[in-house]
Design a protein around this ligand. Structure first.
Ligand code: SF4
Ligand code: SF4
Length: 302
């Protein structure tokens, strides 16, 4: 069985293995929750006992396989230059569905080679500290912007996990040292001050949270901070030297007025299976309107 080869053929850029003990940084996570830094994402505060012990997600779990899958380095834009976060990939099916399908193929291979074993696939769908296990697997490190970074690739990637009761043999990895060094570009550039300290995000301030997850409509002050990005935020990744590549923005979104006048049926037909559906049409339109009257860019941003 060459699981790593198969994962590579499926488009994954890294595969790592770890054991399901208490995850790295769990105490820090618990403290973060107790300070309420998860804002309105109440689900993050639930199931701490499962987060602490992934074997509660899959009984007799013996191996956690971490999978990293890249997303486009190009920022999707409207012709006028309003943008959405890169991970939204608005011409593609929501990454949760794509990754789950690919992970299923790997899980099937595992089960063929280890008959009688069980697997569980996690794609942002279960209370698991995925960045901790990704670090433990030795494939990358967490940057000061709290993103998982793979040297040579950067942080434009999704993580997924396969938990298995098969005890896959692998050498324990040496933890990768952070390569941030004295850099503080992400903290300095965050338009919302959400990175309150290295490795410390206040979700209540983060534009990714405020433009997608938050129940309340975004206000004008938030609109000013958004800098033309109406879905999510990539600033702390854009400025990261470990992501530096001169990829031009791509105009794959409709003109602003088409979005503002779009009806629900058209939105569902066009974006119903994409990451945009998580925010929904009303929120996307509200986010765009919140940016007014701040100057909308007149040409695609790079
Ligand atoms: S995603 Fe945007 S708002 Fe959130 S921490 Fe990064 S730069 Fe700040
Ligand atoms: S911008 Fe600098 S400090 Fe922030 S994650 Fe990248 S390398 Fe680390």
């Amino acid at each position: 069985m060459d699981l790593i080869q198969q994962a590579g053929d499926l488009g994954f850029i890294a595969v790592g293995f770890s054991r399901p003990g208490m995850p790295l940084f769990f105490d820090r996570f618990r403290a973060w929750i107790s300070e309420g830094k998860q804002a309105g994402m109440a689900w993050m505060a639930r199931n701490l006992d499962i987060r602490e012990a992934p074997s509660r997600l899959l009984r007799d779990c013996r191996t956690i396989i971490t999978l990293a899958y890249p997303y486009s380095h190009r920022k999707p834009c409207t012709p006028e230059g309003l943008s959405a976060a890169r991970y939204s990939e608005p011409l593609r099916v929501d990454y949760h569905d794509r990754l789950r399908e690919k992970a299923r193929m790997l899980a099937k291979t595992l089960q063929e080679h280890f008959p009688g074993t069980q697997t569980r696939i996690c794609v942002d769908s279960a209370p698991i500290m995925e960045r901790s296990f990704a670090v433990q697997s030795g494939i990358g490190f967490i940057g000061k912007n709290t993103q998982f970074i793979i040297p040579g690739h950067g942080s434009y990637l999704f993580l997924a996990e396969i938990l298995t009761t098969a005890s896959l043999p692998f050498a324990e990895s040496t933890l990768m040292e952070s390569r941030c060094g004295s850099c503080t570009r992400c903290l300095d550039a965050c338009p919302a001050g959400a990175l309150e300290a290295p490795y410390r995000l206040n979700a209540a301030k983060c534009l990714s949270y405020r433009t997608i997850e938050q129940k309340e409509r975004v206000d004008r002050e938030t609109g000013r901070q958004m800098g033309g990005c109406f879905f999510g935020c990539d600033v702390c990744q854009e400025v990261c030297p470990l992501n530096k590549r001169d990829d031009p923005a791509e105009v794959i979104l409709p003109p602003i007025n088409d979005i503002l006048t779009m009806d629900e049926e058209t939105f569902q037909e066009t974006y119903g299976k994409t990451a945009f559906a998580r925010a929904g049409l009303g929120r996307i339109q509200g986010n765009i309107l919140a940016m007014k009257p701040a100057a909308w860019p007149t040409s695609p941003q790079s």
